[in-house]
Design a protein around this ligand. Structure first.
Ligand SMILES: [Fe+2]
Length: 235
């Protein structure tokens, strides 16, 4: 996987549809939060660490699902325009290898005798740090190189269509899981836009479930109050 990327040629994202933005912010923040927790975990305490391992497996499941969505919807659309996605496809294959290896390290920690659990936890911590380092470089390439390629080949409406096809392909519980990592990771204007559109377009009971299970638990009382005010949510 290439780690060569430019820090200065970051395109202006303001004017065009940003298909990667919110979900990548969610993956970055959740990955950093997990890395912090893996760094402070007492790996000998299997009961306490079990909750962290559940969250880690949930994160890896979402990350694997995200890679597949990009393959099936974004790469396929680019290929239909004659644009090669070979490098990104190879990076996604590296991700799939990493998901498999991380699961093996988790299982090794679970199987280990108490004396060996801290050593297994240390390996898992280092492996997860290396995985997100690769993933951050990869997402940077997607947002600074692939994003502009998408803009050259598709209108904003066509890109919205691609994103809507991804969302429509998700079972409700997975949509909810993505919202839970995305909402705390995006800024107030992005929250207002995303949830304003959902309030307008989604069935009221679905919108309310998103507010109750993905929005309210992930925001501070102040951030939630500001958002509720902007969206005119019933108190
Ligand atoms: Fe990707």
């Amino acid at each position: 996987m290439s780690h060569e990327f430019s820090l200065t040629s970051i395109p202006d994202l303001n004017s065009r549809y940003d298909i990667y933005g919110a979900v990548h912010k969610g993956l970055r923040k959740a990955g950093c939060d997990l890395l912090g927790r893996l760094g402070t975990a007492d790996f000998q305490n299997a009961e306490e660490t079990g909750f962290l391992i559940d969250d880690l497996r949930n994160y890896l499941m979402l990350a694997a699902s995200h890679v597949n969505h990009e393959d099936d919807h974004i790469h396929v659309a680019l290929a239909a325009k004659g644009v090669s996605t070979v490098t990104l496809d190879e990076q996604h294959d590296d991700h799939r290898t990493a998901f498999h290896e991380l699961e093996e390290l988790i299982a090794a920690w679970e199987r280990a005798q108490p004396l060996h659990k801290p050593g297994c936890g240390r390996k898992l911590y280092l492996a997860f740090a290396a995985y997100i380092a690769n993933d951050f470089a990869h997402m940077h390439e997607e947002e600074t190189v692939t994003g502009p390629l998408l803009w050259r080949n598709f209108t904003d409406d066509e890109m919205l269509g691609i994103e809507m096809r991804i969302i429509a392909s998700l079972p409700p519980e997975k949509s909810m899981a993505f919202m839970r990592i995305m909402i705390p990771a995006i800024n107030p204007a992005e929250r207002r836009a995303l949830l304003g559109a959902m309030k307008r377009d989604a069935p009221p009971e679905i919108f309310q479930a998103v507010i109750d299970f993905a929005v309210r638990p992930g925001l501070s009382a102040r951030d939630f109050a500001q958002l509720a005010d902007a969206l005119k949510l019933a108190a």
